[in-house]
Design a protein around this ligand. Structure first.
Ligand SMILES: [Zn+2]
Length: 251
């Protein structure tokens, strides 16, 4: 884990001005979850501005909870295709804020889409590569309500941004090692944003709690994603690493 942390942090710290950059950044409010849910948003915007074919060899993605093609197809009527719409401004702002804290300028578009939760996507078309962070607003607002934490959506978005910044989407599918790196990045960035460690780990913690409570503990590990306990540890390690560099942070 420490090797992974050093590798990713070396990338983050090579940008001048990192240490003080976060002081002027302000997290947007989370009031947008009071606005209509994703179904209403879809109804208001019936014409997607992007369609992605899920089974295409030119499309690679990492989903937040490890869903593959079959799980994504089960969630939506439109099989084998992701429909994407312009992002709500507030979500776009949140992703831009995470990028600003990372101090790495990377080009990707944020879109509201017909997916189960959140996803980092890379789409190739001839010689052009497009990168996206896709999200389901209903899921993000749902986890905010479920966890009672304003950091829930940030931790999910930071995980997806981490996939892009570490170029994980250049390889097909989600993999445990990549997932732990993205979780580490999420913890690192959330500390920079001012989140307490339990805010950074809240979503994964609740996911674990829910799975144990529902008797699915034995199915916690998927082919692509590690045990939630390991993911929580990776987030906490990223958070601690950032805290060690922050004179105002107490471990
Ligand atoms: Zn992931």
């Amino acid at each position: 884990m420490r090797v992974r942390a050093i590798a990713l942090t070396a990338l983050l710290l090579c940008v001048p001005g990192w240490a003080h950059a976060e002081q002027t950044l302000i997290k947007p409010t989370d009031d947008y979850c009071a606005t209509p849910d994703s179904t209403a948003d879809l109804a208001k915007k019936p014409v997607p501005d992007l369609k992605l074919v899920l089974s295409s060899k030119d499309l690679q993605f990492c989903s937040y909870s490890g869903e593959g093609l079959s799980e994504i197809n089960k969630s939506w009527a439109k099989k084998n295709e992701i429909l994407a719409y312009p992002a709500q401004l507030e979500f776009k702002d949140t992703v831009e804020l995470i990028q600003a804290y990372s101090r790495i300028k990377s080009k990707f578009d944020v879109k509201f889409a017909t997916i189960p939760n959140a996803m980092a996507v890379l789409a190739r078309k001839a010689n052009i590569i497009d990168r996206y962070v896709l999200y389901n607003k209903k899921y993000l607002c749902g986890i905010q309500n479920y966890t009672g934490s304003k950091w829930a959506d940030d931790s999910v978005f930071a995980h997806e941004v981490g996939h892009h910044l570490a170029n994980h989407t250049l390889s097909a599918g989600s993999r445990p090692y990549f997932e732990l790196q993205a979780d580490w990045f999420s913890g690192f960035i959330l500390q920079r944003m001012g989140a307490p460690v339990d805010g950074a780990t809240i979503v994964l913690g609740k996911m674990l709690e829910h799975q144990y409570r529902s008797g699915n503990a034995e199915t916690l590990t998927s082919r692509t994603h590690p045990q939630p306990e390991d993911r929580i540890a990776a987030v906490a390690e990223g958070w601690s690493y950032a805290c060690e560099q922050d004179p105002k942070c107490d471990l």
